[in-house]
Structures are given as structure tokens and as C-alpha cells.
Design a protein around this ligand. Structure first.
Ligand code: NAP
Length: 254
């Protein structure tokens, strides 16, 4: 028997991806487009033009949504405006920032900024876009969590707090939205070579220690997340609810 690949098709679907200018979000946006989705890219328009061109080159529609996710109420308003004129079938809450500082030195404004971008904007975007999904009886929310949804990390207290919260929120949202046909899940990437982890790769000792612990023997690439993102956005995952799917080359199994 061969698998019915329509389970993984996003033809006729529209997906909104946050933070798709580079790194994991860009790879996910292009992966969803390759699977047939039209795209809305939410973030700073100037940084998203190249991804928008790449989506268009795949033959999909692409629109930019101008929003600064450091302002959760602006994120809520932007999502509400999108929901008024567009049917969004898939929301990928990918945008995220990290602040590397010791627990005893974290400044209030840095703490707040990380929580605003990584958690509060994710929540209010989801609230606005999941409401019409629930009314229609189908939809997908895919949050980007982290290994620091499970572990404490070092010098990343605000980030760890935000990503633990993203995992909890994924389950809380899934519980309330599953009866309405909306699946809410998360991807927890391992160590992926992007700007977010450049400081770790620039430190030879830290980089070696991390690589040695990864059973796959290498850091991940943004493209390593694409299959999981398509799965969680597509009909193949219609009975998967509240799951945080680790894509880490085996780090957590160690
Ligand atoms: P990245 O390369 O640093 O990209 C971050 C993205 O977020 C960019 O598109 C950036 O847009 C956007 N962004 C940041 N602040 C924003 C704001 N205030 N408003 C709108 N957009 C904003 O990061 P990445 O490594 O791809 O990470 C993507 C997600 O994966 C994040 O949630 C991160 O926590 C998570 N993650 C990453 C790793 C990893 O190893 N890399 C591991 C676990 C989880 P601009 O280009 O305009 O700044």
C-alpha cells in the first residue's frame, strides 16, 4: 500500500508565518509554499521582501503583514485586521528573540521584550486567528517552542521562561480548541544554525560540547524543520493535539 500524499498537501490553504525573513521561519514559509499554501508573512516588511520573492517564485500568492511583535497589542490588532479580510487556515508562530545574560543581571526591559515577542504576541495572534478557525470548524496553529521548553539552559532566563510558557500554552489552547476542529501543536527545534545561535557557534568550546551531545553528530539546519511543519499544518495531523514535537537530532534522548 502506498501513502496518500494528499494528507500532506496544503493546496487551497493560506498560512500566516511570523518571522519568516530568515532562519527557521523562512525555511518553514518556503516549505509550506512548496506544499501548496499561499502565504502571509508577518513581521518587518523590509526584511521579508526576499522571502516573499522566493514564495512567489514557487507560484504561490504572498502578502506582507507589517507588525512589530514587540508590541503584543499591535500584534493583536494586526491579526484582527487580517482575519477581517482573509481566511487563514494555518498560523505558524515562529518569530522569537533571545537575550543572553546572567540571571542576576537581566534588565527589566530585556525580560519584557523577550516575553512580549516570544509569548504575548504569540498568544494574541493565536487568539485573533483561531477564533475564525474555530467558527469554520478547522484550522492549525503551530507554535515554535525550544529545547528550553524542557530544560533550563544557561544565561537565557527570559527565553527559557517564554519557551516553557509556549509549551504550556500549546496544551492549554489545544484543550479548548480541539472540540472546534482546530489543532494546536508545537515544534521544539534542537540546536539549529541560525542567527539566534551564532553566539554559541562562535564559542569553540561551547560549540564542540553541544555537537558532541547530539546523537546525529551535527547541528540542524532550518530545512530540517520543514517536514514537521508541513505535517503539523496538513490534514495528516488532524488527530494530533497539544503535542510538542522535538526535532533535535536526538539531543533530548541523550
Ligand atoms: P532568527 O534567525 O534570529 O530569526 C528571527 C525571526 O524573528 C526573524 O524573522 C526576525 O525578523 C523575527 N523577529 C524578531 N523580532 C521581531 C519583532 N519584534 N517583530 C517581528 N518579527 C521579529 O531566529 P531562528 O533561529 O530562525 O528562530 C526562529 C524560532 O525558532 C524562534 O522562536 C526561536 O526561539 C526558535 N528556536 C530556534 C532555535 C535555534 O537553534 N535556532 C532552537 C529552538 C527554537 P527580522 O529579520 O526583521 O529581525
Amino acid at each position: 500500500m502506498t501513502a496518500d500524499l494528499r494528507l500532506f498537501s496544503l493546496a487551497g490553504r493560506t498560512a500566516l508565518v511570523t518571522g519568516a525573513s530568515r532562519g527557521i521561519g523562512r525555511a518553514i514559509a518556503l516549505g509550506l509554499a512548496a506544499a501548496g499554501a499561499d502565504l502571509l508573512l508577518a513581521g518587518r516588511p523590509a526584511s521579508h521582501r526576499d522571502t516573499a520573492d522566493a514564495v512567489a517564485a514557487l507560484g504561490r500568492d504572498c502578502r506582507l503583514v507589517d507588525v512589530d511583535l514587540a508590541d503584543p497589542l499591535a500584534a493583536r490588532d494586526a491579526a484582527a485586521a487580517v482575519a477581517r479580510d482573509t481566511t487563514v487556515d494555518v498560523l505558524v508562530n515562529n518569530a522569537g528573540i533571545i537575550d543572553r545574560d546572567e540571571v542576576l543581571s537581566v534588565a527589566p526591559q530585556d525580560w519584557a521584550r523577550v516575553l512580549d515577542v516570544n509569548l504575548s504576541s504569540l498568544f494574541f495572534l493565536s487568539q485573533q486567528l483561531a477564533a475564525p478557525m474555530a467558527a469554520r470548524g478547522h484550522g492549525k496553529v503551530v507554535n515554535v517552542a525550544s529545547l528550553l521548553s524542557f530544560q533550563g539552559g544557561v544565561r537565557v532566563a527570559a527565553y527559557t521562561a517564554s519557551k516553557h510558557a509556549v509549551a504550556g500554552l500549546t496544551r492549554a489552547m489545544a484543550n479548548e480548541l480541539a472540540p472546534h476542529g482546530v489543532q494546536v501543536n508545537a515544534i521544539a527545534p534542537g540546536y539549529i544554525a541560525t542567527d539566534n545561535t551564532r553566539a554559541l557557534r562562535d564559542d569553540p568550546d561551547r560549540c564542540r560540547a553541544i555537537t558532541e551531545r547530539i546523537p546525529a553528530g551535527r547541528w540542524g539546519t532550518p530545512e530540517d524543520l520543514v517536514g514537521t511543519a508541513v505535517f503539523l499544518a496538513a490534514p495528516a495531523s488532524d488527530y494530533v493535539n497539544g503535542h510538542v514535537l522535538v526535532v533535535d537530532g536526538g539531543w533530548m534522548a541523550r
